[in-house]
Design a protein around this ligand. Sequence first.
Ligand SMILES: NC(=O)c1ccc[n+]([C@@H]2O[C@H](COP(=O)([O-])OP(=O)(O)OC[C@H]3O[C@@H](n4cnc5c(N)ncnc54)[C@H](OP(=O)(O)O)[C@@H]3O)[C@@H](O)[C@H]2O)c1
Length: 248
Amino acid sequence: LASQNESINAVVIGASGGIGTALVSALSKRPNAGRIYAASRNPHEDARQNVIPVQLDLENESTIECAANQAAEDGPLHLVIVSTGILHDSTVHPEITPEKSWSALNADQLMRVFAINTIGPSLAAKHFLPLLDRDRRSVFAALSARVGSISDNRLGGWYGYRASKSALNMIIRTLAIELSRRNRNAICIGLHPGTVDSKLSAPFQSNVADDKLFAPAFAATRLLEVVDQVTPEQSGRLLAWNGLEIPA
Ligand SMILES: NC(=O)c1ccc[n+]([C@@H]2O[C@H](COP(=O)([O-])OP(=O)(O)OC[C@H]3O[C@@H](n4cnc5c(N)ncnc54)[C@H](OP(=O)(O)O)[C@@H]3O)[C@@H](O)[C@H]2O)c1
């Protein structure tokens, strides 16, 4: 996408998050940046000319549909990145912490994690995939996580987060199959950003070596490089920040 001469229109869902903020910033500075729609629950005015704040709550489908309609007004989209997610929610839901044991499994907690991490991005795909350009290369990417890999799970724990990301990975794979039949220029992938310094990772950073904790701007740059280079054969896969595929 970076090498396309024509301008690219992009949407970042979760534009208020650590990684989402950095993605909007990196995209808005690209020479071929068209309109960058920055979607979040509580959008603020933005001084950047090409950044358009949009309201969107993943738990309210009509706001997803409205945001998609707004983004469609300026023609087809070339990049949609869903950068939302929860692992813990100490301010609004102090009861949501990653489960260390099966004894901590709780229906309300599991449903909330699935609502944000799996169902929300699925509904975003429902409304945004039809807006991808049919004549030029375009990418829909959702931030997932390595811990959603079933074959890579050796440590256990974090039941809800892991399972919600595994389910998201399956949704992405299934979307990619349908997308290949509907729009041969479009690609759908999951992305693992590495461990990134953000609100989401803050309580879990103590065991992470300094050189393994990425700044959001670094993660955004690497994720956009992956998006720029991803091939149609890789559609449906989960790719890490360094471009390597993570097995399901
Ligand atoms: N940070 C890491 O180390 C790491 C590692 C692996 C994977 N990831 C994944 O990367 C993605 C981004 O994480 P991050 O580190 O940037 O986390 P973050 O800073 O906590 O951002 C999370 C974002 O999700 C949004 N969100 C939550 N519920 C929402 C809802 N109902 N509707 C709309 N937006 C909602 C938040 O919006 P509000 O501002 O409105 O709350 C915020 O923009 C997540 O999918 C995460 O699982 C992160």
